[in-house]
Design a protein around this ligand. Structure first.
Ligand code: ATP
Length: 306
């Protein structure tokens, strides 16, 4: 239920969002809540529905059913002047290729009352964009930088980026992320990406979308805290017990070593559960996991559980 209170603190909120394209259900009841001020990364495999969700939020697609709110308003009202508060960059951003970089920015300025000429200058310099080059003559990385600069130069309250980093070299990615983060202090950022290593470094929240549903959505710090790669050395090899806690994923044993991923880590509780399953163990290590390993573990265990 959307309450007035939660509305005030959510930059994006969806409820039971469903989108069908003929026989394909791209979104199957998406409930999303992006707190104001967050850098929220939406991740998930190809075809999970990320672009579809973003296009509904940006009022490019109509949802089949459910609700979506952007900056407190229904997403079907996101149009015209509302884009003075939203910087949106899509993966295949359409830009007027015949325009030079400087003419493009001069063309955009009047549409945005809050356009900041000095910020524009800073961004062009930071991204090393040649002012006299035609947009169609820019490389893919340069085009993305031009698109991002144009979406940041007017101090948007919300920045929505659909796969801005895909296929870019690491240097350009770093420049884009840096440019973005400098603005993140004054905005909410909603970004879809496959690049887990990048996301890990700069997101405050992460949502994992799979087959049109949000599998989880949480703060990056809490995600990092609850996952551990566990390795146990037992006194002697033994058969795997039938019953194990359901927060243990990918359990496997080789000789006297048992490994698994704990998805609800708490040192005391996990140790007690290990003792309950195996009795005393010779050694137990709990290693923090990268976002990439967490997602791989989840994707694999979801696949094997059907
Ligand atoms: P990727 O990471 O590959 O970009 P995604 O998570 O952004 O994927 P979407 O592009 O939202 O996924 O696609 C979700 C599902 O909806 C896919 O099965 C896709 O084929 C389908 N789909 C998306 N757009 C359309 C469309 N215009 N017509 C028909 N089906 C579509």
């Amino acid at each position: 239920m959307i309450t007035t209170e939660s509305k005030a603190s959510s930059a994006i909120r969806t409820q039971g969002l469903i989108k069908r394209f003929r026989r394909v259900e791209a979104l199957s009841g998406l409930d999303l809540d992006v707190p104001e001020g967050a850098v929220y990364a939406l991740v998930g495999p190809n075809g999970a529905g990320k672009t579809t969700a973003i296009k509904i939020l940006m009022n490019i697609y109509r949802a089949t059913s459910g609700r979506a709110e952007v900056l407190g308003m229904d997403s079907t009202r996101v149009a015209g002047r509302v884009f003075q508060s939203i910087g949106y960059v899509s993966e295949n951003q359409q830009m007027p290729g015949w325009m030079r970089v400087d003419d493009f920015f001069a063309y955009l300025r009047p549409f945005y009352p809050s356009w900041d000429r000095s910020l524009e200058g800073e961004l062009l310099k930071k991204f090393d964009l040649p002012p006299d080059r035609k947009l169609k003559e820019l490389s893919r990385g340069m085009s993305m930088k031009a698109a991002l600069a144009s979406a940041l130069a007017f101090h948007p309250r919300l920045i929505v980026l659909d796969e801005p980093l895909g296929g870019l070299d690491p240097l350009v990615r770093d420049e884009l992320v840096e440019g973005l983060l400098e603005r993140a202090a004054e905005a909410t950022v909603f970004i879809s990406s496959h690049d887990l290593a990048d996301i890990e470094n700069f997101s405050s929240h992460v949502g994992y979308l799979e087959r049109g549903r949000l599998v989880f959505s949480e703060e990056m710090t809490s995600l990092a805290a609850r996952f551990r790669d566990v390795e146990l050395t037992l006194d002697a090899p033994r058969a795997m017990p039938q019953s194990i806690p359901n927060s243990w994923m990918q359990v496997n044993a080789a000789a006297a070593v048992v490994r698994f991923v704990e998805s609800r880590f708490d040192e005391q509780r996990t140790s007690a559960e290990i003792a309950g399953v195996f009795g005393p163990v010779r050694d137990a290590t709990f290693s923090p996991m990268s976002l990439r390993s967490i997602f791989l573990a989840m994707a694999k265990s979801r696949r094997s559980s059907g």
